[in-house]
Design a protein around this ligand. Sequence first.
Ligand code: SAM
Ligand code: SF4
Length: 335
Amino acid sequence: MSSSPEITQLVDRFGRVVDYLRISITDRCDFRCVYCMAEEMTFLPRAQLLTLEEIDFVARAFADLGVKKIRVTGGEPLIKKGVLGLLENLGKIESLNELVLTTNGSKLEEMAESLKNAGVKRINISLDTLDADKFKQITRTGDLKKVLKGIQTVIKVGFDRIKLNAVILKNRNHQEVTNLVQFAIDNEIDISFIEEMPLGIVDDHNRAEVYYSSDLIKADLEKNYKLNSIADKTGGPSVYSIVVGTNTRVGFISPHSANFCSTCNRVRLTAEGRLLLCLGNEHSVDLKQVIRANPGNMEKLKETIVDSMKIKPEKHEFDLNEQPILMRHMNATGG
Ligand code: SAM
Ligand code: SF4
């Protein structure tokens, strides 16, 4: 039996309200970060991806169902043709409180002003290191100088919130957590540290590079800074502290060491239109098929989304000792 399309708030069978949608608008990227992609990637054929119009249609269905926050991500969202138009349209959805973007920063220098005009309020920029050679090693194709210029440009243009995201692994960049926090303090922006998640087969993993927990990062930082926990929740899985005497918040996203599933409020739309109910499981619904079989039928789409709440898993199944989720890389999923 299908559910009533009149529902205006998505709630799963564990009573969790789902009001946050992350959308991967493309699986393509100008970088090839070692933890995210293989060096030689085969991207999805374009016909398999949702069009910008289809993405907009899905976003509106979610907004009607009570979603208040949408994050546009990828792949690299800013290399997608037409991204500004999409953001502008999403920015006009009245019931949305927040339209946010996650980017690798490579296009920010040129695009910061237009992003602001399109209605983007918050930007997350991935930055794992301040060392140009290491940056090249991690991203394989990225140019640190360009990303740093992009960061300075978004700061100058001014957004409600600018946050860096750093994925930390022992012996790759764990030695840099203090430098990264100091960079955030100097620029009066925020930073979150992310424990690496086992998604997709990646080919670089050096055996000497191992898991480095949020607790270890925190202990490293506390040698130089006083951190006070704050209750600041921004609708994501980060747990925040403020660096005392500064405006900088430091977040910890700890899928391994501090499971955050009980408060999960989000779902993901993959670049090919699969609604993924949990990052650490394969439970999903093919929304592209529903849209293409029922063109323009918003009620059918909403009904499918409401029904999907029945299969949202209770928690993720990441286990550092187990095989990763092999066939799904973060770029198609929308990290
Ligand atoms: N290209 C954009 C970027 O890099 O910010 C947006 C997409 S990227 C997939 C989003 C975030 O996912 C980035 O901060 C990246 O560092 C993170 N990420 C990618 N693969 C990951 C993994 N295996 N574990 C944890 N985080 C990962
Ligand atoms: Fe591209 Fe972002 Fe993945 Fe790096 S993390 S390869 S920038 S999608």
